[in-house]
Design a protein around this ligand. Sequence first.
Ligand code: TR5
Length: 132
Amino acid sequence: MAQSEKEAALAAIPVDGDSPTIFDKIIKKEIPSTIVYEDDKVLAFRDISPQAPTHILVIPKVKDGLTGLSKAEERHVEILGRLLYVAKLVAKQEKLDDGYRVVINDGKNGCQSVYHIHVHVIGGRQMNWPPG
Ligand code: TR5
């Protein structure tokens, strides 16, 4: 049986600093992904296990210690802003004109499974609140 998102998150071992994750291989194009946006600093690609008709991950190309939001420092302010701006750009590109959800999972309780900061852009259906 396939591992659920929650099981994957609980099983994930947080990595420190700049230790590589699967996202490094996606950035280097060593493993395939469906890229929907790319610039010199940011990559956005479709989530392999979509939770809605549109589910995109927006990541920095250079992690610079930013394994998750809780590790953010002053030097990360610019890239954090850029990740959110690109989230907006891809939502527009995907025509999520009726709205969408932007999520950053952090740590075990936040169900983070990949320790390279990423912004989920999820849309194409009605979201619920509160989240589970
Ligand atoms: O749980 P968090 O917030 O850490 O989100 C990590 C996300 O990465 C999940 O939604 C996964 O489905 C997604 N993911 C994991 C892999 C992967 C991916 N998205 C695209 N391509 C992927 N590959 C090739 N390999 C993964 N292990």
